[in-house]
Design a binder for this molecule. Structure first.
Ligand SMILES: [Zn+2]
Length: 418
């Protein structure tokens, strides 16, 4: 079994072929979820999986599951997968690599005549990106019981079209219930979308955790007054207060380096006039860390800094934490299997934390789950210039296959003992 290798050229060929569907002039892909282009790539995937001998099931959220039977089909499937939708100016690899490596896994097993014990399913999750219908990862979220199906159906895009209507329009509202069924395990291969693996010359990232995220709205209230006549000591400048707070947030994340992140991505100062001291400033805060305890500490430091700055500057600073996404620790046994698979295949590897959200984060709530990262050029993703090497794709798909087969072998062992 450990001599099995995926066919890198064949895998690369499928990535390039699907990259044509919604392909852009700059070599990227624009394939928003539930559009005609999404339907096209879904049809492509459906045909390819059926040609590879799989049966394809579509669930009521449009999630696609291509199933290769095993020897004991009463066992819950070992699932692999990711997503085929992209950002408005996305790349060819984000999500696509994970789905097509699943297809490549099936093709490799077919060519070798390899029969697994458990069935294998390759998943294409609907609307991972969340750029057309927010929130992201909504369909794997419904599968994992995090979101309600009808809540997802009611989501609207900027034109007011709903998720449910668009799903029906492209013909991908299936009959199967979304979720409520066990998986033996779930493995997701994905590009890193960050610079670490490339910088350290590692071929494989063994993803141990996904960061937790907390989102805040902050409102700093001071007093609007004349820029030329208000003496500096008498000002209640909301924008200066916001600036001090932003610098403090940066310092808080640096104190918890390297895993902690803090970002202020949006700021709005009112009234927005060159000669008026800002009276009110709104800003957003995004805090991330793989451990809840550290997020709590960052949250506390943020709040006490706001209180101190408010006092010193005579400002009112209101903080609203409107979204919390808890950190994920992936399944210890699955993570070990991935690490051993990378080791056995002879790829340089390191443990890594996922800074981005992935379908695997929701699936981890209902099944033993792990992720595999491969480097992407300069860490660039969600960009048309997103790029990886064929050797990276090959390494990732080989580790994915080894992990699945090792997990399957352990299932067989467990079965024969019982
Ligand atoms: Zn992705």
């Amino acid at each position: 079994m450990h001599n099995l290798k995926i066919d890198a050229e064949r895998l690369w060929g499928t990535i390039m072929e699907t990259g044509q569907i919604g392909g852009t002039e700059k070599g990227g892909v624009r394939r928003l979820t539930l559009t005609d282009l999404d339907r096209q790539v879904r049809d492509w995937f459906w045909n390819a999986c059926e040609d590879a001998g799989c049966s394809v099931t579509i669930d009521e959220m449009g999630n696609m599951f291509a199933r290769r039977p095993g020897r004991d089909n009463s066992l819950p499937p070992i699932m692999v997968g990711s997503h085929l939708d992209t950002q408005p100016s996305g790349g060819k690899f984000d999500g696509v690599l994970g789905v097509l490596s699943g297809l490549e896994l099936v093709r490799t097993l077919n060519a070798a005549g390899y029969e697994t014990t458990a069935p294998i399913e390759v998943a294409n999750w609907t609307n991972e990106e969340g750029s057309r219908f927010s929130p992201a990862m909504v369909a794997s979220g419904v599968f994992a019981g995090v979101f309600d199906r009808d809540y997802a159906y009611g989501l609207q895009d900027r034109e007011g079209l709903t998720f449910g209507a668009e799903l029906r329009r492209i013909g991908f509202q299936g009959e199967a219930k979304c979720g409520g069924r066990p998986l033996s395990a779930y493995f997701e291969l994905h590009i890193e979308q960050g610079p670490i693996l490339e910088a350290e010359d590692k071929r494989i990232g063994v993803v141990t955790h996904a960061q937790g995220t907390r989102w805040y709205n902050v409102k700093v209230t001071g007093f609007e007054s004349h820029a030329g006549t208000t003496p500096m000591p008498m000002r209640r400048d909301a924008l200066v207060g916001a600036a001090l707070l932003i610098a403090e947030l940066d310092a808080i994340a640096l104190r918890h380096a390297p895993a902690a992140m803090s970002t202020v991505g949006v700021i709005d100062a009112q009234p927005g006039s060159i000669n008026v001291i800002a009276g009110e400033v709104s800003l957003t805060v995004d805090l991330r860390h793989p451990e809840d305890a550290v997020l709590d500490a960052m949250d506390a430091a943020f709040r006490s800094a706001a209180e101190r700055i408010g006092k010193e500057r005579r400002l009112d600073i209101a903080i609203e934490n409107f979204w919390k996404n808890p950190p994920t620790a992936f399944d210890g046994a699955c993570v070990d299997i991935v690490r051993q698979a990378a080791e056995a295949a002879g790829y340089a590897h390191r443990d890594i934390i996922s800074g981005a959200g992935h379908d695997a984060v929701y699936i981890a709530r209902i099944a033993p789950t792990a992720m595999i990262f491969v480097p992407c050029e300069k860490g660039i993703s969600h960009n048309e210039t997103e790029n990886i090497g064929i050797a990276d794709a090959e390494a990732g798909a080989n580790v994915l296959m080894r992990a699945v087969l090792e997990y399957d072998r352990r299932l067989a062992e467990r079965e024969s003992r019982s």
